[in-house]
Design a protein around this ligand. Structure first.
Ligand code: GLA
Length: 383
């Protein structure tokens, strides 16, 4: 679906025909080039922004209630400003209500939400919704929240109101990610570097398995807990170790459970892969980058155990093409998407062929998206 700000604005005008005019804030979904399950372990990651984004057309109102509408779900939620909407915990309105709780606007608001980030596909539509809503609330309050602080508020909303103990990568890249750049992100120092990706010869293709697993968020929290337990065992051996970031491969021996050893091995080696991927991009060494993507997949599949049959099939299939430098599952796992590094001149052909092969094999309506320029987060006003 192609989405322009004008389309969002028109939808708002149709919904709320009279009254003050609105403004539109927006933030992109994320693809993660490499570095998964590292962010909440003080590690390294290298996400990028997508062209697809979430848009929120907003204005203040004089009512006693907030009025929210999702175009995508064709659903309206209204709730008194001093209360919480009566919706399930992971409902779209909970994300907005959480942001409103954390950045209270001076009056009630009317907000129409519309987006083309595929929902529930592991492309961080929720982080995009948090950041877009946060930008709108900044504007309504006439304040400016430093980008990192806004990202932290988004993360807090996930932890406190939604119950997903996510890391910070998705919110940061959605807020500060740049067009045609990857974000080399150090989740310990919370510093980042924009790495230019000029890619006339290659394309990043995201293949969406359309597999959505209910268990994904509980499994995610389980992995976080495992890393915490492993760290505690290492700290019992050496109290100077602050976080998994500071563990050497040798320390793994202090962990008694072999499963926990595997989890930590993934994190340590994935951090190294992110560093190497940064260098490979700066040298435009796509063969090396492809190898790193493939190694990341194997590690997520075998050591971290967050892949699934469908993602493995899609990665294996992609790697059987000589035009594909490398592929891996991406994000939290247990469904969602893979990212594939493909030779530009054959990219559409390969992507279409992968879609049709995967559909046959998996019986899911697999689809693909190309990562192009990327939509940077922003705001547009209308008089
Ligand atoms: C989800 C989380 C992120 C990150 C990834 C895995 O997308 O929101 O913080 O942990 O999973 O890398």
């Amino acid at each position: 679906m192609i989405l322009s700000i004008q389309t969002v604005l028109n939808a708002f005008k149709q919904w709320r025909a009279s009254g003050e005019s609105c403004f539109v804030a927006y933030a992109p979904g994320r693809v993660n080039l490499i570095g998964d399950h590292t962010d909440y372990n003080d590690g390294l990651a290298m996400p990028m922004i997508m062209d697809q984004a979430i848009y929120v057309a907003t204005r203040s109102s004089s009512s006693d209630s907030h009025l929210l509408r999702s175009e995508n779900y064709d659903e309206e939620v209204s709730y008194p400003i001093d209360q919480w909407p009566t919706v399930p915990r992971t409902h779209w309105a909970s994300y907005v209500a959480g942001m409103i709780r954390e950045i209270p606007p001076p009056t009630s608001i009317e907000m129409l939400i519309m987006g083309n980030v595929p929902l529930g596909a592991g492309l961080s539509s929720s982080a995009a919704l948090e950041i877009a809503t946060g930008l709108a609330l900044e504007k309504l309050n006439g304040t400016s929240i430093p980008p990192l602080d806004l990202a932290k508020i988004g993360q807090k909303v996930e932890h406190k109101y939604i119950g997903v103990k996510c890391g910070i990568m998705d919110q940061i890249v959605s807020r500060v990610g740049r067009s045609r750049h990857a974000l080399y992100l150090d989740c310990k120092t919370l510093k980042w570097e924009h790495i230019p990706i000029e890619y006339p010869d290659i394309r990043f293709v995201v293949m969406d398995s359309r597999v959505k697993r209910q268990l994904a968020s509980s499994k995610y929290n389980e992995r976080r807990g495992e890393c915490q337990r492993a760290l505690q065992q290492i700290q019992a051996d050496d109290s100077t170790i602050e976080s998994i970031r500071h563990i050497q491969m040798d320390h793994i021996k202090a962990i008694s459970d072999p499963t926990l050893q595997k989890r930590i091995r993934h994190v340590l080696l994935e951090n190294e892969r992110v560093k190497n991927a940064r260098s490979a991009i700066l040298r435009s060494d796509w063969f090396e980058l492809g190898k790193l993507l493939s190694a990341s997949h194997i590690s997520l599949r075998d050591d971290y155990q967050v892949s699934c049959k469908e993602l493995d099939v899609m990665v294996d299939q992609a790697e059987s093409y000589t035009e594909v430098y490398g592929a891996r599952m991406m994000g939290g796992g247990f469904g969602g998407c893979t990212i594939n590094l493909v030779l530009e001149k054959d990219a559409d052909l390969i992507a279409k062929s992968l879609v049709s092969e995967s559909r046959k094999k998996l019986n899911y309506p697999v689809t693909y998206y190309s990562v192009a320029k990327g939509t940077e987060a922003g705001i547009q006003y209308f008089g």
